[in-house]
Ligand binder design. Structure first.
Ligand SMILES: Cc1ncc(COP(=O)(O)O)c(C=O)c1O
Length: 421
């Protein structure tokens, strides 16, 4: 029965279209079997090949660039398309409240992923919005200091420059080691940058330059002992690592779910712990801006609801594989990748090795070669997409290892790099 006939039928029977809603998360009938088979203790390459099959790419493309943008698995694409179709078939019914319960379910799913409460989660568009929301909220005074280390993404630095610098605040930019050997080495950089005037530390969970993981928990403990707030850009971590935000203790955490959570594009998540929510002001003000809950931060009137609900499907996917299993696989792929190059003088790995200090983003210099040339050759001759990184003297390929990349894919990548080297 097509949707129109289904709607008319349900309207006649008095359930006002509720029967039209697809199972939240993914179009169940078509994809449930593939989704159910993801729930498994199996960690064999055959299992991960099955995961890979959920991510069809363009013919001939070997994708190692998830740090730029993630793909969505088939079930997420299908669910989002289904939501778009339903919305287009009866726009006014769904946009302004018709999908409230479904949106709230997505909020709960995000909260479950990050091990926090749904009253601490807002659904936004991307990390850039989240970082703007934080920087725009504060009434800072001349002389107040914000710490932003040198590896911060422009999404986190520009908002402080534009919204706050004119007020005479000072942006303190400590220099992080490129390949730190311990958490303490990084914490001491932040420790030295703190002064009695420090108000906020804004930091990445994983930096986008060389993929190193920053010790958010340790920095938050240090900051809170001095009355300083901590804002975290989790764009490169949410979905890759198994995150417990209450344990991490930061005040704010924001991420784009279109990277490592594989959601539809243009959806982001925002966390503010209960005690710190009063600092925040909505970036966009409209009906609902006086709401007493965190929902006041996400009222835009008309918005990208199919993508928001598609995030629910992406969270289903994540949950079916398991966030702990994803983190463990990430580390397994990283170690396999590194083992291909470690100790060979033709290469320099420019990302710290330990699981505490890096995950699925690794940087590799082919000694004596310009990274842009290596990148182009990899793409033109082998169909391999990576991101070249020149900042901080890296001259390195930034290689992202998504859960859809298998060890066989890494063999192919390593062989291609080796022939170029
Ligand atoms: C660390 C980091 N922060 C923020 C962003 C910006 O993400 P978006 O464009 O989704 O806001 C990126 C994108 O690559 C990133 O790597």
């Amino acid at each position: 029965m097509n949707s129109r006939r289904r709607f008319l039928k349900s309207a006649i029977t008095g359930i006002a279209g509720s029967a039209l809603l697809p199972q939240l998360g993914y179009a169940k009938s078509e994809h449930s079997e593939a989704m159910e088979s993801l729930i498994s203790k199996d960690n064999s390459e055959a299992y991960w090949e099955m995961v890979k099959n959920q991510f069809p790419f363009a013919d001939g493309l070997h994708y190692f660039n998830n740090g730029s943008l993630g793909p969505s698995p088939i079930a997420v694409r299908a669910a989002t398309n289904e939501y778009r179709k339903i919305l287009d078939e009866f726009p006014s019914k769904y946009m302004w409240g018709g999908w409230n319960n479904e949106k709230e379910t997505v909020r709960k799913q995000v909260a479950a992923l990050l091990k926090t409460s749904e009253e601490e989660i807002a659904i936004i568009h991307n990390t850039t919005e989240g970082m703007n929301l934080i920087a725009r909220s504060f009434e800072l005074k001349p002389g107040d200091e914000i710490i932003l280390a040198d590896h911060e993404h422009t999404s986190g630095t520009i908002p402080w420059q534009v919204w706050q610098e004119t007020k005479g605040i000072k942006l303190v930019k400590p220099i992080l080691p490129i390949v730190p050997v311990s958490v303490d080495e990084i914490v001491s950089v932040y420790k030295k940058a703190i002064t009695p005037k420090t108000k906020i530390i804004s930091m990445c969970h994983i930096v986008n330059t060389n993929g190193m993981t920053l010790p958010v928990k340790e920095v938050s403990e240090l900051a809170h002992s001095k009355g300083i707030l901590v804002a975290v850009d989790g764009a490169q971590a949410a979905g890759m690592l198994d995150i417990d935000l209450h344990d991490m203790q930061c005040d704010f955490y924001t991420a784009s779910s279109h990277k490592w959570l594989f959601s539809p594009k243009g959806v982001g998540i925002f966390y503010a712990r209960k005690e710190s929510q009063h600092y925040l002001k909505p970036l966009i003000v409209c009906n609902g801006h006086t709401d007493k809950t965190i929902r006041r931060l996400e009222n835009y009137n008309t918005r990208n609801l199919p993508e928001v609900l598609g995030l629910g499907a992406a969270l289903d996917f994540n949950q079916h594989v398991g966030s702990r299993k994803i983190e463990l696989r990430t580390m397994e792929l990283k170690n396999y990748f590194r083992s291909k190059f470690e100790g060979n003088p033709k290469y320099k790995l420019k990302t710290p090795a330990s699981d505490q200090l890096s995950g699925a983003i690794q940087t590799l210099e082919v000694v004596g070669k310009d990274v842009n040339e290596v990148k182009e050759k990899l793409f033109d001759q082998y169909g391999i997409d990576t991101r070249p990184m020149s900042s901080f003297g890296l001259n390195s390929l930034r290689i992202s290892l998504g859960i859809y990349n298998t060890k066989k894919d890494i063999d192919y990548l390593a062989k291609a790099i080796s022939s170029i080297a």
